[in-house]
Design a protein around this ligand. Structure first.
Ligand code: NAP
Length: 330
């Protein structure tokens, strides 16, 4: 099966519309990670045609980027690396937003070193930092782009007004918001904005942190530092509502298309517009269903019935806001 691709302005290589998300392979907040397995996952993704690898300095405080860098030794030219900038952390691992010029200048060098490369394809501001004017951050990223250290600029978790302010000083190519069947807030503002301004949308949490993988039931529990222990979606009684919705979606995917709910969840993201689905796979087997995502689309009737399933089962929805890192104090 041929993987669907898209274009991100500034990057010559066509980019796969499924990207590998590497937060969990950073080893923090997801119950640990095994670097060997993580490296195998990145290489397997590239072999399967998933060339977009999304990472960030904060994922495991450098570990995710280092693992990605190691995995890409010898095959760097086959990958489109998307990483991020502008989160800071202290010795106690407390994370804060910091989009200052000084922070960007330090982070770009750290990221290039860890990723073992001399350029980053897509460099994204991780979270808006309201203590720094958006055009100041944008101007610094544009300087990096002109220097050839990055090829394209993106932002993540920005509102349209924040993107407007940012785009006054640098060409914006992509935006990375949360987006999946259960988390659809961007349909009101960010998605229409992206369509209007021809931005590519890197939808994060495309499987809603594994909920839409189909592997969970009401008895599923999470170990260690796994963030899903505190994620309000995964707490009873609400968790049961989401699990019931997944069961109904599984039935629809199987009966109408002969697909898994995971394939349906990714397909749904891809059918919403100029999107790329970020899939947080942590072992090679996780990606084995990738071919099922391509070569079909959901009909208008499917989309209506999916909405009806969500409305019926998820009567107490909640968003992903718990993940937002705190704003800095001035
Ligand atoms: P996700 O992709 O929605 O879910 C990831 C989880 O799904 C994995 O940890 C794994 O869970 C499960 N999974 C994946 N493939 C599976 C399969 N084939 N079978 C069964 N389970 C499977 O969540 P995410 O990692 O949060 O989001 C994806 C990426 O988006 C991240 O890695 C990161 O690159 C990006 N992201 C960005 C931001 C931002 O602020 N910009 C925020 C969040 C995420 P188990 O642990 O249960 O095996």
């Amino acid at each position: 099966m041929r993987i669907e691709t898209t274009r991100i302005a500034g990057i010559d290589t066509p980019v796969s519309r499924v990207g590998l998300g590497t937060w969990a392979i950073g080893g923090r907040m997801w119950g640990g990670a095994d670097d060997k397995q993580s490296i195998a996952t990145v290489r397997d993704a590239i072999e399967r045609g998933i060339n977009l690898i999304d990472t960030a300095p904060v994922y495991g405080f450098g570990r995710s980027e280092s693992v990605v860098g190691e995995a890409l030794v010898g095959i760097r030219d086959k990958a489109v690396i998307a990483t991020k900038v502008a989160l800071d952390w202290n010795d106690q691992e407390k994370v804060t937003r910091n989009s200052s010029v000084a922070r960007i200048r330090k982070e770009i060098e750290d990221s290039l070193r860890r990723l073992r490369t001399d350029y980053i394809d897509l460099y994204q501001v991780h979270w808006p930092d309201t203590l720094v004017p958006f055009d100041e951050t944008a101007t610094e990223l544009e300087r990096l782009r002109r220097d050839g250290k990055i090829l394209a600029i993106g932002v993540s978790n920005y509102s349209p007004a924040q993107m407007d302010a940012f785009a006054s000083a640098a060409p914006l190519a992509a935006v990375q918001p949360p987006y999946n069947l259960f988390e659809r807030a961007i349909e009101k503002d960010v998605l229409p904005y992206a369509k209007q301004h021809e931005l590519v949308v890197l939808a994060y949490g495309a499987l809603c942190r594994g909920l839409l993988s189909g592997r969970m039931d009401s008895s599923t529990r999470f170990d260690g530092d796994d963030l899903r222990r505190n994620d309000p979606k995964f707490q009873p009684p609400r968790f049961d509502q989401y699990i019931a919705a997944v069961a109904a979606l599984s039935e629809l995917a199987r009966d109408r298309h002969g697909k898994s709910v995971l394939a349906l969840a990714i397909r749904w993201v891809l059918d919403q517009g100029p999107t790329i689905a970020l899939w947080g796979a942590r072992k090679p087997e996780h990606l084995h269903g990738i071919d099922d995502v391509f070569g079909w689309t959901l009909s208008e009737q499917d989309l209506r019935d999916i909405d009806a399933i969500l409305a019926k089962h998820v009567t107490d929805p909640v968003g992903p806001e718990f993940m937002a890192p705190p704003l800095r104090q001035s």
